[in-house]
Design a protein around this ligand. Structure first.
Ligand code: PLP
Length: 393
């Protein structure tokens, strides 16, 4: 029988009819911007939360919800909200929490993009931003006297890998009614769960270890459900929700997160030991080394490992760093972290280039500083590549 619909109508509906299938073992990708709704009653029921369902993907999408649930479980949080990038997560979270006249107290050691957002963009909205050494509890106590609305720290700082005491900081912040927000990107929930230590909100750049394969950009925050609700509402209007495929890729990456983190930690501690003994390396920053200023804190708060990142200073500064980058073979210069392969970055030229020379010098970010993210290769291959490259410097 002839199809009663016109060519135009067949074209317009192409690809929309769902065949009846058995349940897929992994979630399909709901690459939809909008969902078909049965009735006006149903739209009310979904908006009012009486029925589960999806209407418009900037508000909610199945793949995004799957990712949010898994991160909430990983961080032992009531709920989570996913974003199009880690910076989307940092920016929208702050926009949701503060208003003109409020103060944000931030660690003086933060990812360069976050630092830029605070100094140049949040201040434009009338928000006051103050910085403090987040490894110094006395300095934090003093700075909290101004009763900032929010305090923002990283659980392992980028790039020098120092560790604030999250538990003690949360106690001090709460005495002043300040919410503690912790960027847990470098530690991952496999090693550290800031909410268990008293933090109010945890943030991830999912571009890093959660995604784990350098093929997706994303961010996630996790917190109590009443807090995530406020941030979710903000995200819906600021529009930093992730694409469904991006959410799917991050959720897929998370399946191997604990195995990847375990291997990265093993490789990092061996690389750190090798670098510590090398005459062309003047300093190694790794929380697993006994000489690290917060080594005891790292042992007690991260019993599962000290992380996959190792930072080190080369004798010979910027010139040595430049030669080193060219001489590495297996280890690639790729300014990100937390992926399957070992990569290295040069913070002064990449993540922290927005800081002035003076600010970098004060933060200890020298021209010879290399930040290395250990991957899943064998430790022998990583140290062999470091050894041959250092020989040629
Ligand atoms: N937080 C930390 C600790 C980071 O290292 C980064 C990026 O390097 C971000 C946030 C920003 O994440 P994204 O690049 O996904 O926007």
């Amino acid at each position: 029988m002839r199809n009663p619909r016109s060519i135009d109508s067949i074209c317009a509906a192409a690809g929309s009819d769902m065949p009846s299938v058995t349940r897929p073992l992994t979630a399909p990708i709901y690459q939809n911007s909008v969902f078909e709704i049965e009735s006006l009653e149903q739209v009310d029921d979904i908006y009012e939360g009486r029925q589960d369902g999806f209407i418009y993907s900037r508000d909610a999408n199945p793949n995004v919800s799957i990712l949010e649930r898994v991160v909430a479980d990983l961080e032992d949080a009531g709920d989570a909200v996913a974003f199009a990038s880690g910076m989307g997560a940092v920016g929208v979270t702050l926009l949701a929490l503060v208003e003109s006249g409020d103060t944000v107290l931030a660690a003086d050691a933060l990812y360069g993009g976050t630092n830029l957002l605070l100094r140049q963009h949040l201040t434009k909205l009338g928000v006051k931003v103050e910085f403090v050494d987040a490894t110094d509890l006395n300095a934090i106590e003093d700075a909290l006297q101004g009763q900032p609305k929010v305090m923002l720290i990283e659980s392992i700082t980028n790039p020098l890998l120092s560790l604030p005491d999250v538990k003690a900081t949360a106690e001090l912040a709460h005495k002043r009614g300040t919410a503690l927000v912790v960027d847990n990107t470098l530690a991952t929930p496999v090693l550290l769960r800031p909410l268990e230590l008293g933090a109010d909100i945890v943030i991830h750049s999912a571009t890093k270890s959660l995604g784990g394969h350098s093929d997706v950009t994303g961010g996630v925050i996790a917190a109590r459900a009443d807090i995530t609700m406020q941030i979710r509402q903000s995200n819906r209007v600021w529009g930093s929700t992730p694409d469904p495929f991006a959410a799917w890729l991050i959720a897929r990456g998370i399946r191997t997160l604990s195995l990847r983190v375990e291997r990265a930690c093993d490789n990092a501690i061996r690389a750190a030991a090798f670098l510590s003994d090398h005459p062309k390396v003047s300093a190694v920053h790794y929380p697993g080394l006994p000489g690290h200023p917060q080594h005891e804190l790292a042992k007690s708060t991260m019993p599962g490992g000290f992380g996959g990142m190792v930072s080190y200073d080369l004798q010979g500064g910027g010139d040595a760093a430049s030669e080193f980058v060219r001489a590495l073979d297996m280890i690639k210069f790729a300014p990100s972290l937390g992926e399957a392969r070992t990569t290295m970055s040069h913070p002064a030229k990449t993540s922290h280039r927005s800081l002035s020379e003076d600010e970098r010098a004060k933060s200890g970010i020298t021209d010879g500083l290399i930040r290395m993210s250990c991957g899943l290769e064998s430790a022998e291959d990583i140290t062999a590549d470091l050894e041959q490259a250092l020989e040629r410097v």
